[in-house]
Design a protein around this ligand. Structure first.
Ligand SMILES: C[S@@+](CC[C@H](N)C(=O)[O-])C[C@H]1O[C@@H](n2cnc3c(N)ncnc32)[C@H](O)[C@@H]1O
Ligand code: SF4
Length: 452
């Protein structure tokens, strides 16, 4: 296994989309193409399955030095009101375009730190969204909370607004690791928000942990997982630390490359975590995620309904996902588009009445086919050849997979490809064999984190 890890630990995408963002069309997407595909996908799907909304709330009070998300650090809470007004204006722009009232199946508040916002403002935001929309028959509303900055009032307000699912950033409980990543939070602080969520009635609580952080050891991970298991979250995200200082130069400081666990040590931390989760009744779902059998994510996997999008894995697939807020990415199935990353530029565009995208990609017929294969592999660990690839391309893919087939990571038959249990941790490498965009345009500079 050690040799396989060394062999396959290369820079590669996490496939929250296909094509992946660095391979979107350099020309971008024309505003009218974006709007046309949103409308098309809305007309096809609103009545049948509803739409999803992702709302990016970027503010955090303090910078965690490992963080790779789009965030803005400030303690000035005056930023909440104008930002929320802009998000609601952006929502109006979409509603004007769609004409019919959207039916919302999923809302996710991501960040940054959504619980940076006061209860009053969170209420205004969600009520503002529903002034122009209805709930779909099944409605799932979730949000990310920072354990140090989430009050009982916020938990209750979000519950009253319909949320039954939340996730908390834990990362690691070890004091030395916490100091290095500038994220000090005690077990008691986490226990407080976890217990309050249970008391209020949340049905699914998720904890985010990361392996591969500076100064982590076998002992520190065992302890972090012991604390986690004690609180019995319904889901656990066990992320591989993405060290991307060339993108997040300003943020990823405070520790040195030498402080990070080496490749094999890092993989061992993953294996250890996985075993401890299994021992405690969790089941692995897709990549990076573990869930109790009672959780909807696990049920979605069992019924092959798991989906993957920019937020990671979800149990509620919709053809249209609209991302609101600075830097949010939207997916109309036929195209992707990302909002302006600078909050001032984002605000200016919205105020001038324009859906504030700055780049995107219109999928070709071939992109759509490859996208289905990659989604199947990432979600179900198998895909069928009947999803129409040209025979030459199919044979080239098998050729690229040959070494991994010889290494016992997957099986290929006339009808399908199946990733074996031994190959699960290499699923990103397997998807790379399908990634025609990556193969056509190998990037000149480093753009992806390591696959393992
Ligand atoms: C956008 S953060 C929101 C959570 C909230 N702000 C908090 O910190 O509690 C979502 C999660 O992304 C994960 N994350 C952020 N940067 C990462 C990185 N460089 N590598 C792996 N995971 C990362 C963390 O586990 C974090 O909890
Ligand atoms: S981990 Fe969460 S709180 Fe920390 S900087 Fe990133 S988004 Fe903000």
């Amino acid at each position: 296994m050690k040799n396989l890890i060394q062999k396959y630990n290369i820079p590669g995408p996490r496939y929250t989309s296909y094509p992946t963002v660095p391979f979107w069309d350099k020309e971008g997407i024309a505003q009218q193409d974006w709007e046309r595909t949103v409308k098309k996908s809305f007309d096809e799907s609103n009545q049948v399955e509803g739409i999803s909304l992702y709302i990016h709330l970027p503010f955090c009070e303090s910078l965690c030095t490992f963080c790779a998300c789009h965030k803005k650090i400030t303690k000035r809470h005056e930023v909440e009101q104008p930002y929320m007004d802009t998000v609601l204006k952006e929502w109006d722009l979409y509603c004007d375009l769609l004409v019919e009232r959207p039916k919302i199946r999923e809302i996710h508040l991501g960040g940054g730190t959504p619980t940076f916002f006061s209860s009053k403002n969170l209420k205004k935001l969600i009520n503002g969204i529903f002034k122009r929309a209805d709930k779909f028959e099944t409605f799932d509303f979730s949000y990310e909370g920072h354990p140090n900055h989430t009050s009982e009032e916020q938990l209750q307000t979000l519950y009253d607004l319909g949320s039954r699912r939340n996730s908390f950033g834990i990362q690691d409980y070890d004091p030395k690791v916490q100091k290095a990543i500038h994220r000090v939070q005690s077990f008691e602080q986490v226990k407080r928000v976890n217990d309050l969520s249970r008391k209020i009635g949340y049905e699914s609580i998720s904890h985010d942990l990361i392996f591969g952080l500076p100064f982590q050891t076998e002992e520190s991970i065992r302890n972090t997982i012991k604390n986690t298991i004690e609180l019995k979250p319904d889901r656990i995200a066990y992320y591989s630390y993405a060290h991307v200082p060339w993108i997040k130069g300003v943020g990823q400081r405070g520790f040195d490359e030498n402080d990070l666990p080496k490749d094999n040590e890092k993989r061992y931390l993953y294996e250890l975590g996985k075993q401890l989760f299994f021992d405690n009744g969790y089941i692995e779902v897709g990549m990076d995620h573990f869930a109790l059998p009672t959780d909807s994510l696990h049920k979605a996997m069992e019924s092959k309904k798991l989906h993957r999008n920019f937020m990671g894995y979800t149990a509620g697939k919709t053809e249209l996902m609209i991302g609101l807020g600075m830097s949010s990415i939207s997916d109309s199935w036929y195209a992707f588009a990302q909002n302006e990353k600078d909050v001032d530029v984002y605000t200016e565009k919205v105020n001038s009445g324009v859906i504030p995208i700055f780049r995107g990609h219109l999928l070709t017929e071939q992109d759509l086919i490859v996208r289905k294969h990659i989604l199947n592999l990432m979600c179900n660990l198998e895909t069928e050849w009947k999803i129409g690839l040209d025979v030459t391309i199919k044979n080239e893919i098998i050729e690229r997979l040959q070494e991994m087939i010889d290494d016992g990571l997957l099986e290929v038959s006339d009808t399908k490809i199946t990733v074996k249990e031994e190959g699960r941790m290499f699923v990103r490498n397997i998807c790379m064999a399908f990634d025609l965009r990556l193969l056509e345009n190998k990037p000149d500079t480093r753009v992806f984190s390591m696959t393992i």
